[in-house]
Design a binder for this molecule. Structure first.
Ligand SMILES: Nc1ncnc2c1ncn2[C@@H]1O[C@H](COP(=O)(O)OP(=O)(O)OP(=O)(O)O)[C@@H](O)[C@H]1O
Length: 472
């Protein structure tokens, strides 16, 4: 059913007339675009207005629209900065009131929060430290990753024999960690009792430093030398850390001499790891070096299809193709976009279709390229949004109202920056990487279940990107 923009425009004016003057002031530059089935799409000039419309004014407006149309109407709000000019031309004194109410609106949007699982999450997947979702079965093969995938399978089938070490390098979000975990799972399924250890090189560094501090070097050495397969992620973080490199050099030699398998990942090929000792770089070149490339369109579509099937997300083929055509270089972002589109549809009780995907992705991908976003900017914006201090957001308090804000900030760091899980944990008072992983999963899940969380995440994403664009 489509009631058309004309009727909507008239109804919208009538609805605004019924609002109080200061509420109208917020919405004076809004523009009703169209009504699609039961959803009226409203464009507004900025995030703040969107926050108002989706927050405190939503039910009043949806009730008025429902009355006017004679059937249930919900609103979906999209930001069109071009409308900003119209808004800024007015010098309505009530604008100031708008500013001062922003904080209270934000602080009111708190919802239930689970306990922060810092270092408490157990379970077999964390004991082995392998993500159960990262297996060869869930890895989509295409021309961009065929070779590293084949090498990974070969290494898992014959650890220590095929290629040793195996090194996989490539840009962020292209599946290196997924391949490492998949090797781990496959080895464990083929060789009962095989000792597989996965570690990021940041964790390796931190544990090493702690081992020295606590005088427990022997234990540390045993932990990493008494394994059949060592999977070590993001080796570039060892750059410049001389003592840890020294320790890793000995770990490497011990394992290699005993024909134990070593698999490494890096964001660059060894010869470009300039701040790594020659002897280490040299060892990385003993085995096989292979890279993952950004996936082509067909592979991106196939990845989305698999993700949709696995997570039971319903999206028609044209929507998957649309998302795959828009997000080209990072598979993490590709998956994130699919989750946002399906979450948006779910919350608005709409079908996932192209119109809807276009609306959601327009917010996600700014014209003119991605601005540089720092974790500090994410933390500062999130703290301001929830009306808490940066110290509280990143500190140890597990107050209910803080936990979800912190989880959202962690999720946004994962989505909007290329920082690894441990690096993100470090930004939040040195929390463990499993806490960041939990937060990321939790928010991904809540996005589809709670409108408030979806709105908070969307608003914050836009604010952060807008600020980055302005300062960049
Ligand atoms: N070929 C693929 N098939 C299915 N999913 C994939 C594939 N490649 C990557 N992914 C998914 O994309 C996401 C990002 O991948 P992953 O974390 O392995 O990237 P990465 O290269 O290790 O990035 P970083 O260097 O930032 O850690 C994961 O959810 C992963 O499951």
């Amino acid at each position: 059913m489509d009631n058309g923009p004309t009727e909507l425009a008239a109804v919208w004016r009538a609805v605004l007339d019924d609002l109080q003057a200061h509420q109208r002031a917020w919405l004076r530059a809004s523009e009703p675009m169209t009504i699609h089935e039961t959803t009226a799409i409203i464009a507004v000039p900025n995030e703040f207005t969107r926050g108002q419309l989706e927050g405190r004014l939503r039910s009043q407006i949806e009730d008025a629209l429902t009355d006017a149309f004679g059937h249930e109407v919900r609103i979906a709000v999209t930001v069109n900065p071009a409308l900003e000019n119209a808004a800024s031309e007015s010098d309505d004194p009530e604008d100031e009131e708008v500013e001062s109410e922003e904080v209270s609106l934000s602080t009111k949007t708190q919802v239930d929060t689970p306990a922060d699982p810092v270092r408490t999450s157990a379970g077999s997947s964390l004991e082995t430290r392998l993500n159960p979702k990262y297996t060869f079965e869930t890895f989509v093969i295409g021309s961009s990753n065929r070779f590293p995938h084949a090498a990974a399978v070969a290494v898992a089938e014959a650890p220590g024999k095929a290629y040793n070490p195996l090194m996989v390098y490539g840009e962020s979000g292209l599946g290196k960690t997924h391949l490492l975990h998949a090797i781990g799972h496959y080895v464990r399924s083929l060789y009962t009792g095989a000792k597989v250890r996965y570690v990021s090189s940041e964790e390796f560094t931190n544990e090493f430093i702690n081992a020295i501090r606590d005088d427990r070097q022997d234990r540390f050495k045993r932990k990493y030398r008494d394994v059949d397969v060592l999977l070590i992620d993001d080796i570039q973080f060892l750059e410049g850390k001389t003592q840890t490199q020294e320790e890793f050099f000995h770990t490497f030699n011990t394992l290699h001499n005993a024909n134990k398998q070593i698999v490494l990942t890096s964001d660059r090929p060894p010869k470009r790891l300039e701040a790594l000792e020659d002897r280490l770089r040299n060892r990385f070149e003993w085995g096989l070096i292979t890279d993952v490339q950004p996936p082509d369109l067909e592979t991106r579509i196939a990845i989305l299809r698999k993700k949709a099937a696995m997570d039971r997300l319903t999206a028609p083929p044209d929507v998957l193709e649309f998302i795959a055509s828009k997000i080209q270089t990072n598979i993490r972002e590709l998956e994130g976009a699919l989750i946002r589109v399906t979450a948006f549809a779910n919350l608005n009780r709409q079908q996932v279709d192209l119109t809807l995907a276009e609306i959601v992705l327009k917010d996600l991908i700014p014209e003119g390229g991605e601005p540089e976003i720092t974790p500090a900017a994410i933390i500062a914006q999130t703290a301001a949004y929830f009306g808490v201090s940066i110290e509280d957001l990143t500190g140890p308090s597990r107050g209910r109202h803080l936990v979800q804000g912190r989880q959202i900030a962690m999720y946004l760091c994962r989505e909007l920056t290329e920082l690894s899980l441990p690096k993100i944990g470090a930004q939040f008072g040195n929390r463990d990487h499993t806490t960041v992983m939990y937060a990321n999963n939790k928010i991904n899940q809540l996005l589809a279940e709670r409108r408030s969380v979806y709105n908070q995440v969307s608003e914050l994403t836009n604010r952060i990107k807008m600020q980055a664009r302005q300062s960049g």
